[in-house]
Design a protein around this ligand. Structure first.
Ligand code: AMP
Length: 311
């Protein structure tokens, strides 16, 4: 059941291990040859006044290496308890998908999970907007699609996604926000994760009706500094007092009524079928996403605490 991070299990892992072992054996053999030839070389070139044999050098070197190993073992065992604590603490975490229509509050709730449970938010929308900001050719193509409420190609999104999944720092602590958005992406996610010996631990579906979504999206502003999302209809006071300054709160270009309707339609035709893909999964929880932010946060927290108990 073991695996080498970043290497495919099975034949690839076997080849990888064989390569490492061959390297170690070759280096070890070279090292022994040098140690054995060293006395001959010294005696031939320098007037050494005492007997010097290969065996003596070998003994000195082995004793030195052994001493260093002993010291390292001591140091490691003193840190062992801390290591165990960390491992236990991190063990309950699993990758999570936050699923729902645009404006369901996925981003807002993902930020809560990041802060409270030390997760990494993988929002394909944010990754795409970063690409747009970088003003590349690809960025301008992406911008056209986003501002028409259309999906960016699976190929582009998958490439961005792969870059984050391969980062071992985020192993089993990713919260997917805005991905998968169609059945093909759902299948792709499973296969990329299994390549890195990971799985989806839980799927949370935030269910919100279209009229609520319209209100939420039309009023949405996001802070470009801290990524906090507020709403012009519901959070007037918080907007005035926002710690980064309200001049940093921006509206997204794709948050206008026509595009919202287009995005919702795309959700119904392409994204909703993903629910059938996951709906029968036992690790699936549906949450009513229509209430207050804190209320929904509480429900998500209950799900995550439940996971903690189960794992
Ligand atoms: P979001 O921030 O999740 O609302 O995404 C904003 C826009 O980025 C969407 O309307 C799509 O145009 C694009 N987008 C985000 N995630 C994906 C995805 N997984 N597949 C295709 N397009 C995406």
């Amino acid at each position: 059941g073991g695996f080498v991070p970043g290497i495919r299990p099975g034949e690839n892992t076997a080849l990888y291990i064989e390569k490492i072992v061959t390297k170690l054996t070759t280096i070890g053999a070279l090292y022994l040859t040098i140690v054995c030839l060293m006395p001959e070389f010294l005696i031939a070139n320098y007037p050494i006044p005492f007997y010097l044999g290969g065996t003596s050098i070998l003994i000195v070197v082995v004793v030195a290496i052994d001493t260093v190993t002993q010291i390292q073992t001591r140091l490691m065992s003193s840190q062992y308890e801390q290591l165990i604590k960390k491992t236990k603490f991190g063990k309950w975490r699993v990758n999570i998908i936050l699923f729902g229509p645009p404006g369901a509050g996925k981003g807002t709730q993902a930020q809560f999970i990041v802060k409270k449970h030390n997760y990494f938010q993988l929002s394909t929308g944010n990754l795409l907007r970063e690409e747009v900001k970088s003003k590349t050719f690809l960025g301008s193509e992406i911008e056209k699609l986003i501002s028409n409420g259309k999906f960016v190609s699976d190929e582009t999104v998958n490439t961005l996604l792969r870059q984050s999944i391969t980062n071992l720092k985020f192993r089993d602590r990713i919260i997917f926000d805005g991905y998968p958005r169609n059945v093909q992406q759902a299948k792709n996610l499973e296969s990329i994760l299994s390549e890195f010996n990971q799985t989806i631990g839980h799927i949370i579906f935030l269910n919100v009706s279209r009229d609520i979504i319209e209100k939420r999206i039309m009023g949405r502003v996001t802070c470009e500094k801290c990524q906090m999302t507020l709403n012009e209809f519901f959070n007037k006071g918080q907007i005035e007092l926002h710690p980064c300054g309200k001049e940093f709160l921006n509206k997204r270009k794709d948050d206008n009524l026509d595009i919202v309707i287009a995005r919702y339609d795309t959700y119904m035709s392409s994204t909703k079928p993903v629910l059938d893909f996951y709906g029968k999964n036992e690790n699936f929880t549906e949450i009513d996403g229509a209430g207050e932010i804190e209320q929904i946060t509480g429900k998500i927290n209950d799900v995550l605490t439940g996971l903690r108990r189960w794992l």
